[in-house]
Write a protein that binds this ligand. Sequence first.
Ligand code: SAM
Length: 317
Amino acid sequence: MSDHAGIQNPQSGPYHRPVMLAACVEGLKINPEGIYVDATFGGGGHSMAILEKIKGGKLIAFDQDEDAKKQAENIQHRSFTFCQANFRYMKKYLKLSGVTRVDGILADLGISSHQIDSPERGFSTRYDGPLDMRMDKKGHVSAAEILNTYPERELHKILGMYGEVKNAKTVAARIVSQRSSRPFKRISELIELLKTVAPRGKEFKYFAQVFQALRIEVNQELQALESFLLQCGETMEKGGRLVVMSYHSLEDRMVKNYINTGKVQGELEKDFYGNPIRPFQAITRKPVEASAEEVNENNRARSARLRIAEKIQEQSN
Ligand SMILES: C[S@@+](CC[C@H](N)C(=O)[O-])C[C@H]1O[C@@H](n2cnc3c(N)ncnc32)[C@H](O)[C@@H]1O
């Protein structure tokens, strides 16, 4: 286990154990005098490792969670700046810090162990708590609001698209029928309903799919990722590296498409001579996965997919 695993959460042990730490930092090919972004600070494991390689350069870290901000306050390093903000506004915040071009960007998507393991945040199927799931505690929409107010067809769509829930139509109908007499407040209430529609023997996987769908909608994760990736193309210097780690297939597909075509939907444009117009070139053709040893030590690394790309030309908009 790396030394960087280590900014401790005073309440409950390590805040988050960084996944594929060495591969991510190597992927950035750090120039000690360069300007780098860690778009998902979390517990700061990746940021600390980046800072060790910087001499004279800068690291600007983002996280929308105020708990991550408290972790960031533990880092006293003159090259380090923290912005408590959604990475979908990266370009704007960089500009406010006087930065228009960067030499490398890292994003370790999803949620941290600290967020999952805090029952009051409502991310985990394992604990009871409020149906919240907001990474930004000041965000407007919680999971309970989605369950209690979205039209049935929207719930059906979200569960099917974001959670790949097979019987999404049935679950949406049950949610709508239950909420008219008993609006959803707590995780235990949702789990009780899901038990009646989950496939036998696969309940935990099923609960996780439903929670994933709600979390993606609450935090508008795919919209944020699209906007962020486009800004990576706009702000990166030629030769700079984009390093993105995702934990589910929808995100990984968007990252892969963006790297290969400059568009998250994946249509490749070509110039008059037939040359592809795309800002990045993949350094890793296939996503890098964690070693069996790392997965053994840190189960969260199991689903991680790491993609690395280098900026080769300006993005066409
Ligand atoms: C997997 S954790 C990052 C862990 C980190 N690399 C470490 O070593 O501790 C993801 C973090 O990104 C944050 N996050 C996710 N989506 C975000 C977004 N759109 N804008 C800002 N922060 C985001 C979450 O709040 C969470 O703290």
